[in-house]
Write a protein that binds this ligand. Structure first.
Ligand SMILES: Cc1cc2nc3c(=O)[nH]c(=O)nc-3n(C[C@H](O)[C@H](O)[C@H](O)COP(=O)(O)OP(=O)(O)OC[C@H]3O[C@@H](n4cnc5c(N)ncnc54)[C@H](O)[C@@H]3O)c2cc1C
Length: 432
């Protein structure tokens, strides 16, 4: 059996190669840097953190804390390196980025079962096991090869996403369920606005502060994914004839058609998360919270993710991958990292561990790890493979993605801790 190939020595690829090698599987890790750089990487080191130096919260009762605890349980090199190179950052795990990358690079390069091959990979290897972990800025040549393999619709190059909120946090005394013209099964949650509420929202939206777009992010910004604030700036009623159009909807509380309506559509099969339809946005995150909280019913909304606009190569995973991140049409090809539609350093790294372990298990004649849906990584990979998700957008770890507890706990911190403890118990009982 030929050695598996991992393409990309970023957060995910480093973990995947490490997980394989630690299980006795010789592996070839391919990395194009320093011969060729992505627009965001600046060093030759593995697992380079391209922006923030934080791997987010440490507390078990937080989404990021839980995910890191799961990763540590599964033998994460990234979490080990982060702990070894941590800098003081309150409750977060932040690192000295150079020492962090040097730690990972040294561990990988000195592992007897890992061979590092330098240079850009431009084609998907025609045979043997492959893990593709080339990240949000996958090189153009490989992107072309991937698009040829997945079809044009299968690979996205730009992330223009609307915010997502926790279903529980929508005030249903103001919002109502209905589908436009009564078509469908009350599929949408509708947040009605009267004229005064619309005026206040409109003014806040057009004057809110926008995030700067980097050169690397300017590609195709306005093609089919117009930010709601740009559309709004075209005219006072432009969004009332666009995403906020009220036609076909009657507010059961007034018996009338509202002046404007924001519609929310379910994001996952469990109905625990809703996205704001047509609200792709480039506003700064605190501005999104401030402005979108003016929408009646969303005053206390918990944002699972904010809207973003940036370059991001990712697959339409629900159509293409199974929950073990294997290509359905050719399961010898696996994907890991941001390209699978997870978002963030630790989320990317976590999927790398999973694909590495799964491949090592397969070569030992074992089934892939059956991660429980109650674990953060199990929930993230299920979401990525959830065929009911229509307009798939990348997802970071968050508590809203986990199934609710059997008995509801009112206090949020206590509830999150109980959810995290359940995850760790279920993970401990899983064959890894
Ligand atoms: C500008 C930017 C800023 C970000 N900031 C943050 C942040 O602050 N916090 C956060 O949590 N997440 C952030 N992210 C998102 C994401 O978590 C990181 O990009 C993360 O590094 C993704 O991990 P990965 O392993 O999937 O990809 P990467 O870490 O990017 O690794 C991919 C590797 O593949 C290599 N490669 C690409 N193409 C080829 C090829 N054809 N052949 C060989 N090698 C190849 C690359 O050189 C790279 O080393 C950011 C993303 C971008 C683009």
């Amino acid at each position: 059996m030929s050695a598996p190939v991992v393409i990309g020595a970023g957060l995910a690829g480093s973990e995947a190669a490490w997980a394989l090698a630690q299980r006795g599987v010789a592996v070839t890790l391919c990395e194009m840097r320093p011969e060729k750089y992505t627009p965001a990487h600046h060093t030759a080191g593995f697992a380079e953190l391209v922006c923030s130096n934080s791997l987010k919260a440490m507390r078990l009762g937080s989404a990021a804390g839980l995910l890191k605890a799961e990763m540590a349980h599964m033998g994460s090199l990234i979490v080990e390196a982060a702990k070894a190179t941590a800098v003081p950052a309150g409750g977060a795990l932040a690192v000295d980025r150079e020492r962090f990358s040097a730690y990972v690079t040294e561990k990988i390069r000195s592992h007897p079962l890992i061979t590092v091959r330098q240079g850009e990979v431009t084609e998907i290897p025609a045979e043997g096991d492959v893990i593709i972990a080339t990240g949000p800025l996958t090189s153009d040549a490989l992107s072309k090869a991937l698009a040829a393999c997945t079809g044009r619709e299968g690979l996205h190059f730009f992330d223009a996403a609307a915010p997502i909120v926790e279903a529980d946090s929508i005030d249903m005394t103001k919002a109502f369920r209905a589908a436009r013209y009564g078509r469908g099964d009350d599929d949408y949650i509708n947040c009605p606005m009267n004229k005064a509420e619309y005026e206040a929202f409109y003014d806040a939206l057009v004057s809110a502060e926008r995030a700067p777009l980097h050169d690397v992010d300017r590609v195709d910004v306005y093609e089919g994914c117009m930010p709601v604030e740009i559309l709004a700036a075209r005219g006072h009623d432009s969004i009332r004839f666009g995403p906020l159009k009220p036609v076909g909807l009657t507010d059961p509380r007034t018996g009338h058609r509202p002046w404007a309506v924001v519609q929310l559509r379910t994001e996952n099969a469990e109905g625990t998360m809703y996205n704001l339809v047509g609200f792709q946005t480039n506003l700064k995150f605190p501005e999104q919270k401030r402005v979108f909280s003016l929408i009646p019913g969303l005053e206390n909304a918990e944002f699972v993710r904010y809207g973003v606009m940036h370059r991001n190569t990712f697959l339409d995973s629900p159509r293409l991958l199974d929950r073990h991140l294997r290509l359905k049409s050719d399961p010898r090809i696996r994907f890991a990292g941001q390209i699978t539609g997870v978002e963030g350093y630790i989320e990317s790294a976590a999927t790398g561990i999973l694909t590495g372990i799964d491949l090592a298990r397969e070569r030992a004649g074992k089934p892939p790890v059956d991660l429980p849906a109650t674990t953060m990584l199990g929930a993230l990979t299920r979401y990525a493979a959830d065929e009911t998700v229509r307009d798939f957008q990348p997802m970071g770890c968050n508590m809203g993605i986990l199934p609710p507890l059997e008995t509801h706990i009112r206090d949020k911190q206590e509830r999150y801790l109980a959810v995290a403890e359940r995850a760790m118990r279920d993970l401990a009982a899983t064959d890894i």
